[in-house]
Design a binder for this molecule. Structure first.
Ligand code: ATP
Length: 244
């Protein structure tokens, strides 16, 4: 695991305040620019000491098989690697059984009892939050922080400019479902991993000639990794089982 949180830990201790730890989970299949932007906004607007980037292991809530965990972990390292205070955390892909967020929060709280936890999600996940395993317990452990997402949640109020502070909102609405949440100000970003996978599966370029087919929706290093390993393409690639 990356240990870049060490400096932040020292600064929180110096302030004599609880460490502010963000938790950002996802399939990251693949990680794209909206993921990176959301992570950056969360770190800044929530004034986090660290943001745990946690690729899911067994995604109980996704109906399809995910790409092999080692590929998703590596792509996440490439995508989030330059983000200050982002810390890769591979606990969910090492865990046997379903990846339940509540178990991750309980583990983090046990490891760092004096910390304050912030769960970072997109608006599509907020809309289905009450289907999450032990969602009431999650609300006891962490502050849920939500960024608007286009299309999936059209009735959600449009997010203001990204340079604003996060704001705590009380009161439920049919679209959001939560009694209280923090709104993160992320400009609407119409990108999804599903669309990226579909784009790659239907591309017609000869194998090995992949270049720029993603319209800049993933970081360059992620695009290179996808190309190198032939991920998401309709035809199997001889490199697809390699880890580097
Ligand atoms: P898929 O299309 O395969 O479902 P995804 O693009 O939703 O994938 P995930 O890895 O499932 O990506 O998402 C991880 C987290 O990032 C979730 O909380 C999701 O709501 C959030 N997220 C993903 N894309 C966006 C986006 N464009 N805007 C805001 N939040 C997003």
């Amino acid at each position: 695991m990356n240990t870049r949180g060490t400096a932040a830990a020292a600064s929180a201790q110096t302030r004599g305040e609880p460490r502010r730890i963000g938790v950002f989970g996802g399939a990251f299949d693949p990680p794209h620019w909206a993921h990176v932007a959301l992570a950056r906004v969360a770190i800044e607007q929530l004034q986090l000491d660290e943001l745990r980037i946690i690729p899911t292991g067994d995604a109980w809530h996704k109906s399809r098989d995910l790409t092999a965990a080692h590929h998703r972990l590596k792509m996440a390292e490439l995508a989030f690697g330059d983000l200050p205070r982002a810390v890769m955390d591979d606990r969910e892909i090492k865990r046997v059984g379903p990846s339940y967020t509540i178990e991750t929060l309980e583990e983090l709280q046990a490891e760092q009892p004096d910390s304050e936890l912030f769960l970072v999600i997109g608006g599509d996940q907020e809309a289905v939050f009450r289907r999450w395993h032990r969602w009431q317990d999650i609300l006891q452990k962490a502050t849920v922080c939500v960024a608007d997402r286009p299309l999936q949640n059209p009735s959600f109020a449009r997010a203001p400019a990204a340079n604003q502070s996060a704001v705590l909102v009380s009161g439920s609405s049919p679209a959001t479902n939560l009694p209280q949440r923090v709104i993160l100000h992320l400009p609407l970003m119409p990108v999804s991993a599903t669309a990226i996978r579909q784009q790659l599966a239907f591309q017609t370029a000869p194998e090995g000639a992949f270049s720029g087919e993603l319209d800049g929706s993933v970081p360059d290093a992620v695009a290179s990794y996808i190309s190198l390993h032939g991920l998401y393409q309709a035809r199997p690639s001889p490199n697809s089982s390699s880890t580097e």
